[in-house]
Design a protein around this ligand. Structure first.
Ligand code: NAD
Ligand code: GCO
Length: 252
């Protein structure tokens, strides 16, 4: 048995229209999974769907805004339509407003905490029952360096990503006995739309690379192995963990 083979599994990926979510879609389909691509930009989802289909993968799109919790039941029923199952949930949609503490407002706080922390929990809660019926499932949350390290412009973001670390442990306590592993990946700095303002400052980008043990920032393809591993039978006895994939940044 190839314990990393995802043939027959269906993954829902939020934030799939760009960056880490789109890369997870490439990695999971390359390992045999079918994917439901959830994002707000239909044109971007369509482009990715075509690319994945060109390499023989099964992919569908679901244009939806996760900013409104009231829409979640409708979103969940739409994501179940294509294959009547979701085995793997990648909770990847996220936002970082990079505000100094003096500038954070109740609205910007809620926007960040709702998308980065609240939605991952409630989306999982709604998908767990059908995973539990089959006795197997995988929740993959996305943490951050800011689950561990504090940045002055990361008040709400850091709170949300610190929260993800503990939420992942609590989800694991609640659901692992049903055969559902709940883990998180914690990427270092990877070039995406989210980090454009960081990578646009060459000096800052180099300083961050210098803080890694490997000596460079991440490339999206660095994430593939961990993503497939956490989605597969290969990680069935791992749950409640946040795995840093940061070139050794947090090990320093
Ligand atoms: N890039 C990095 O260095 C890095 C490091 C650590 C963690 N992360 C995390 O990775 C995740 C993905 O970020 P990324 O770096 O790929 O950036 P990204 O901006 O490319 O991806 C975020 C995605 O979330 C989507 N999104 C935002 N608001 C949404 C909403 N209301 N409804 C639905 N989708 C919405 C965006 O459209 C985008 O596609 C985030 O949770 C981020 O915090 C990124
Ligand atoms: O972009 C930034 O300003 C933030 O520091 C984060 O979004 C990081 O990219 C990431 O979370 C680090 O792991």
């Amino acid at each position: 048995m190839n314990c990393f083979d995802l043939t027959g599994k269906v993954a829902l990926i939020t934030g799939a229209s760009s960056g880490i979510g789109a890369q997870q879609a490439r990695a999971l389909t390359a390992a045999g999974a079918s994917v439901v691509l959830l994002g707000r930009r239909q044109n971007r989802l369509d482009e990715l769907q075509l690319q994945l289909q060109a390499s023989g993968a099964h992919a569908t799109t679901l244009a939806a805004d996760l900013g409104d919790l009231a829409q979640l039941d409708d979103i969940v029923s739409r994501c179940m339509e294509p294959w009547q199952r979701i085995d793997i949930l990648c909770n990847t949609a996220g936002v970082n407003l990079r505000q100094h503490a003096d500038e954070v407002t109740p609205e910007s706080w809620d926007q960040t905490l709702d998308l980065n922390l609240k939605i991952p929990f409630f989306l999982a809660q709604k998908l767990i029952p059908q995973m539990a019926l089959r006795g197997w499932g995988k929740i993959i949350n996305v943490a951050s360096l800011q689950s561990e390290r504090a940045f002055a412009n990361g008040i709400a973001y850091g709170a949300s990503k610190g929260g993800i670390l503990q939420l992942t442990r609590a989800m694991a306590q609640a659901w692992s006995s049903k055969g559902i592993s709940c883990n998180a990946i914690a990427p270092g700095f990877f070039p995406t739309e989210l980090t454009e303002p960081v990578f646009a400052q060459g000096d800052l980008s180099q300083q961050l690379a210098d803080q890694t043990a490997i000596g460079r920032n991440g490339q999206l393809s660095d994430l593939d192995g961990l993503c497939v591993f956490l989605a597969s039978h290969g990680s069935d006895y791992i749950t409640g963990q946040t795995i840093y994939i940061d070139g050794g940044f947090t090990a320093k």
